[in-house]
Design a protein around this ligand. Sequence first.
Ligand SMILES: *Cc1c(COP(=O)(O)O)cnc(C)c1O
Length: 398
Amino acid sequence: MQPVYMDHGATTPVHPEVVKAMVETMEKSFGNPSSVHAFGREARKLLDEARASVASLMGASPEQIIFTSGGTEADNMAIFGAARGMRLKGKGNHIITSAVEHHAVLDACKALEKEGFEVTILPVDEDGQVHVEELEKALRDDTVLVTIMHANNEVGTIQPIQELARLAKARGAVFHTDAVQSFGKIPVDVNELGVDLLSASAHKIYGPKGVGCLYIAKGVKLTPLSYGGSQERRRRPGTENLPGIVGFGKAALISQAEMQAEAERLTRYRDRLIDGLMELPHVKLNGHRTNRLPQNVNLSFHFIEGESLLLMLDMKGIAASSGSACTSGSLDPSHVLLAMGLSHEIAHGSLRLTLGRGNSEEDVDYILNTIPEIVERLRALSPLYEGKEAVTSCTQRR
Ligand SMILES: *Cc1c(COP(=O)(O)O)cnc(C)c1O
């Protein structure tokens, strides 16, 4: 049996053309892009081309792209850089974020609290959506930074970034969005969204791990996180990770060409999975039904531990996740699901399936055939399930 990988939200397999471009770079273009000789010029050319490809996929100009070691570093660079930069200018020390952000954002904001910043965490509704009115209420004259993700990594819900950014910028705050999950999957245009800062990562779009980028709009000042050479406009000094960056550029080019058809195909699979699995009793969909990423399915199975479900699926060759990859291994339920009002018990029974390029219609059939019997077996073992057959829906706390 072929294994079925449905954990593309955690990471994606590297596209063969990306591997080829990276190997070629290491074999033939080992020069330092800062060197003036032919080897350096060859490396510089590859660096420039990759920057143009990544910029093009988000409607930016190449000089607005700073390559980083991934989405996490891009988030940190944006948040620390903008917050400290704005405070230096005497603008204030108030930051706004949301309750469903990736830990790269939440923990960076938490660290800034120790530097004297005040952080407001916006609530979300039961679909995981941030409401524009909530931001309106939270914005103050001393708000320096608003950071709200484009699409959620756990439940796939897409935020109204255009409205949120417009509001924040009208009050003089810098607006950052973590677009790691949406970039390359759905249209992401920095000008249309109207953001000042945007983070992306290569390994979520069939590129290599350890490389990402931060888009910085013209005129936005950031205090750098590190100091050294003049690479990346002094914003991210150090000799560039050329093979990784070339791989990122190649992955961006491929995504640009295939995005629309791929989004349509995966939306079909997503909806088949959601509709098929929702036919089981006591199942709840997490995240917005339609305003969600094409590749994301997240369901809670009442009376079941997500971890047991994962192990049983693994034995059947199905790779999925529960909560987010970063929190599995701990017994704390996902902060995203809790923020959406789920009880601990129901949050624990969550399963995330994230689709991608390698998945086929047969994979969807296989999962739709496999999950019902596993769920039935696990529920038969659960003391909580006895006599609960009559319960019609999962209850929510609010
Ligand atoms: C994966 C992910 C990150 C972290 O990106 P890395 O490149 O793994 O550091 C940040 N934010 C979101 C929403 C993600 O899904």
